[in-house]
Design a protein around this ligand. Structure first.
Ligand SMILES: [Fe+2]
Length: 426
């Protein structure tokens, strides 16, 4: 009995079938035999007729036993098939979860080959990406003992199948060919669908003598390939978005630097200080990313303030609100807006624009507040001379618990003392 048949569901089904059979066939048969023995056989005096009756009861019993064995076999086969289907479904569900969370194409390809290997009980699985500029597809992932050697041995056939699949967008199969060089090998190549043409393909190879890959396995592999192709296209899209936003941020930071001529490079320096503080405070990767972009863009609202008013404190106090409003309109930057809005709040509630205090101020904003103040102190500009490091450290320390979060100040000053944070001269 296979391991899967030990599941509660299988055992229950097994029992139901056998109990039904016992009540429906065996019990009436036993009753018939008892009745015949009690009432019919004593009345039959003819020995031949008596033997005939016994033979009849025995035949009916044998037939019933044969039916029972046939039923048992059918039940076991059905349960095996159901368990295989369940296992495939489980693999597909797990694959679906992993593929939807895959951060990049390589992670999606690794999940694809691992799950295909399991679904097809394969000897080897290969994932290919479409070649650029009309070049042949390139191998991006493989799995299986001796898969490299196997691929070398059957490369010409796989290349043929790949070309067919990439040009027609349909799966291609080749079964075992006894007595020929291809031998016992069974292979299927399935396309990874793209918007217009396949973006790649997966090749699944079996080298045992179980015959061609059956339609159930191929259907499951096709579903998996469809999930993987969606994941790969999404990760490609995310890469493009990341690339777009990185360049967009760079453009905005450059525009801000040229607008605030007296604070050139301020955003980049604050981002680097903040990153070190964030890591020391053990922020997770998502928070660190948010802190990085918020640091770069914290003064973005200054772009909307006339250059002639940049030294007017009242006019400049509007920049957190303006900046937050600018970012709120961009969906992927919406979570930066509260950080930008509150980066001039004071820990004791005496800051602006809303006068909120303590933990009400987002942690990233409390970090930026310290880093920004430090950078302004230690940077020289056309309007002021840079403070010496000990003076800046003293000033930051003096504002601990009033303007700045004491824990952030302690972390920041500890990093300065250890030389992790040094004055930057960008
Ligand atoms: Fe600011």
């Amino acid at each position: 009995m296979s391991k899967n048949r030990n599941s509660i569901f299988s055992q229950k089904l097994d029992r139901i079938v056998y109990i039904t059979y016992f009540l429906g066939a065996i019990v009436p048969l036993i009753a018939l035999a008892v009745l015949a023995n009690e009432f019919v056989l004593p009345e039959v005096t003819d020995r031949l007729a008596w033997l005939g009756l016994v033979a009849l009861v025995f035949s009916v019993g044998s037939l019933s036993l044969a039916c029972f064995l046939a039923l048992r076999r059918t039940v076991h086969r059905t349960l095996d098939r159901m368990n295989s289907d369940n296992r495939r479904l489980t693999v597909l569900l797990e694959a679906s979860g992993r593929l939807s969370n895959a951060a990049h194409e390589a992670e999606a390809a690794a999940t694809l080959v691992r799950c295909a290997f399991e679904l097809a009980d394969a000897t080897a699985v290969f994932a290919f990406a479409k070649g650029s500029d009309g070049k042949p597809p390139t191998l991006i992932e493989s799995l299986g003992d001796g898969s490299d050697e196997l691929l070398r041995r059957i490369s010409s056939s796989i290349d043929e199948m790949l070309n067919l699949v990439m040009s027609q967008g349909q799966p291609a199969m080749r079964g075992p060919e006894k007595g020929r060089s291809w031998g016992e090998t069974a292979a299927v190549v399935i396309p990874l669908a793209g918007d217009e043409a396949p973006i790649g393909a997966i090749a699944v190879i079996r080298t045992d003598s179980d015959g061609p890959l059956d339609s159930t396995r191929i259907d499951a592999l096709s579903t998996l390939a469809a999930l993987a192709s969606v994941s790969m296209r999404n990760s490609d899209l995310r890469d493009s978005q990341r690339n777009f936003f990185s360049h967009m941020t760079e453009l905005l930071v450059n525009a801000l630097d040229s607008h605030l001529q007296h604070q050139n490079g301020h955003g980049s320096r604050v981002a680097q200080y903040a990153n070190r503080v964030g890591r020391e405070l053990q922020l997770d990767e998502k928070q660190l990313q948010r802190l990085h972009f918020a640091s770069l863009l914290h003064d973005i609202g200054m772009l909307r303030i006339d250059r002639a008013l940049l030294l007017n404190a009242t006019a400049c106090e509007k920049h957190p609100t303006i900046g937050a409003r600018m970012l709120e309109q961009i969906r992927l930057w919406q979570d930066l807006a509260p950080i930008v809005l509150h980066h001039h709040e004071h820990f004791d509630g005496r800051g602006y624009p809303q006068g909120i205090a303590g933990d009400e101020i987002p942690l990233e904003a409390r970090i930026i507040a310290v880093c920004e103040a430090f950078d302004v102190m230690v940077s020289s500009s056309s309007y002021k001379v840079a403070s010496e490091l000990p003076d800046a450290v003293q000033e930051i320390n003096d504002c601990k618990g009033t303007q700045f979060d004491p824990h952030v100040v302690e972390t920041f000053l500890d990093l300065v003392e250890r030389g992790v944070i040094e004055v930057m001269s960008i």
